[in-house]
Design a protein around this ligand. Structure first.
Ligand SMILES: Nc1ncnc2c1ncn2[C@@H]1O[C@H](COP(=O)(O)OP(=O)(O)OP(=O)(O)O)[C@@H](O)[C@H]1O
Length: 278
């Protein structure tokens, strides 16, 4: 891991609606966070805390009111048009909904090859890259000629991850990528994210409302509450011994498989004693 951040978000403010109108709503109140090359940084917080808004701002999907976003040292805060299209090979996204995020009219092979062919790769080279990527996300080779509707949620999320990775990005914004999946499938997809990061060195900004999920995958975690980062630090520390009262509430609300840990958390939640690291 290098010390130079790949992504730097500085004092970011996002208003929805026109800022001069009273009806505008401030979704982010000066958020700062960075992600190093090869690092996974988790963004956790309850619904409405601003996690997706931050992800969308990095992807150029919402206008920035003030603050800066730097990628590889370059200011991309207001990158639009051709400049934004060039960034698509470096910054990709995996969304929560594996059902809505894949074009149902295209075969899996075309879904994966399209961004490569559109950026000038020959069809032959694209087909080779697609086959390699399908193998990497552990799908059988015959998926190329089939349609998204023929696959389960977990398989579709593997296809979405392959589509994000096929252009060899340096950063993937993962917006609740396992929230729609059952626990076993969630676990398998998290394993896949970890393996892909180890093999390719890609960075993740990993949005989740679940501390248990980010504990498994994130090196560092930032906790968001009402449009602000209230606490940030090493994943292990934040997810086991959070300092901010809101982070503690989030930890108590996070389901755990181990009944002993669950009971310890419940006692701590009731104010009987401090949570113990299990
Ligand atoms: N297009 C929009 N116009 C106006 N307000 C919006 C818009 N998108 C989001 N918001 C508001 O901004 C706040 C932050 O929303 P955001 O989706 O970023 O939260 P989140 O933490 O990702 O929530 P969730 O986990 O439910 O996706 C919320 O109060 C939301 O209602």
């Amino acid at each position: 891991m290098t010390t130079q951040p790949l992504l730097t978000v500085e004092d970011l403010v996002i208003d929805y609606g026109h800022s001069r109108k009273k009806s505008s709503f401030r979704a982010l109140h000066g958020v700062s966070v960075d992600v190093a090359a090869g690092e996974c940084v988790g963004l956790v917080g309850e619904s409405g805390s601003g996690k997706s808004t931050l992800g969308k701002a990095i992807l150029g999907l919402v206008p920035v009111t003030s603050g800066r976003i730097l990628f590889g040292g370059q200011d991309i805060t207001h990158a639009r048009g051709a400049a934004r299209r060039r960034l698509a090979s470096s910054i990709q996204v995996v969304f929560q909904d594996p059902y809505g995020s894949l074009d149902p009219t295209m075969t899996v092979g075309d879904i994966l090859a399209e961004p490569l062919v559109a950026s000038g790769t020959s069809k032959r080279e694209a087909a080779k890259a697609v086959a390699e990527m399908i193998d990497r996300v552990r799908l059988p080779g015959n998926v190329v000629g089939r349609y998204p509707s023929e696959f389960s949620g977990g398989q579709r999320q593997r296809i979405a991850i392959a589509r994000a990775l096929v252009r060899r990005p340096r950063l993937i914004v993962c917006d609740e990528p396992v929230s729609a999946l059952d626990l076993t499938t969630q676990s398998a997809i998290i394993d896949l994210f970890i393996e892909l990061q180890r093999d390719t060195g890609v960075s993740y900004l990993f949005v989740s409302h679940d501390l248990g999920v980010v504990r498994r995958i994130c090196h560092r975690v930032a906790v968001m509450y009402r449009g602000e980062i209230v606490e940030a630090g090493a994943g292990e520390t934040i997810t086991r011994e959070p300092a901010h009262p809101y982070s503690r509430r989030l930890l108590m609300a996070s389901p755990v498989a181990d009944p002993v840990e669950q009971a310890a958390r419940r006692q701590a939640w009731l104010g009987l004693r401090e949570p113990t690291a299990v």
